[in-house]
Design a binder for this molecule. Sequence first.
Ligand SMILES: O=P(O)(O)OC[C@H]1O[C@H](OP(=O)(O)OP(=O)(O)O)[C@H](O)[C@@H]1O
Ligand SMILES: Nc1ncnc2[nH]cnc12
Length: 73
Amino acid sequence: MHVDALDEATRVVIIDDLIATGGTMCAAVELISQLGGETIECAVIIELVDLDGRAKLSPVPLYSLVSFHEDEA
Ligand SMILES: O=P(O)(O)OC[C@H]1O[C@H](OP(=O)(O)OP(=O)(O)O)[C@H](O)[C@@H]1O
Ligand SMILES: Nc1ncnc2[nH]cnc12
């Protein structure tokens, strides 16, 4: 991503296929922040609930379409 791709007025929604530990999504939030933007929401298709990536993202809200628990895998 170019260093001048975002400015302070840019509100970003990050979309990925899956959240597990939240490390990937957190890195994306941090990158957006370093470039001056603000992540207003993260969205995924699949959330692996037991790995608690949602807590790592807080206070950025997470929207997920499907939640899997360990005993359902
Ligand atoms: O919440 P995390 O623990 O960071 O994991 C989530 C990431 O893992 C998967 O990518 P993966 O690294 O498997 O690569 P790929 O989907 O590009 O093949 C998935 O697409 C997310 O990007
Ligand atoms: N724990 C996990 N299960 C399935 N896909 C993944 N991608 C990254 N972490 C994963």
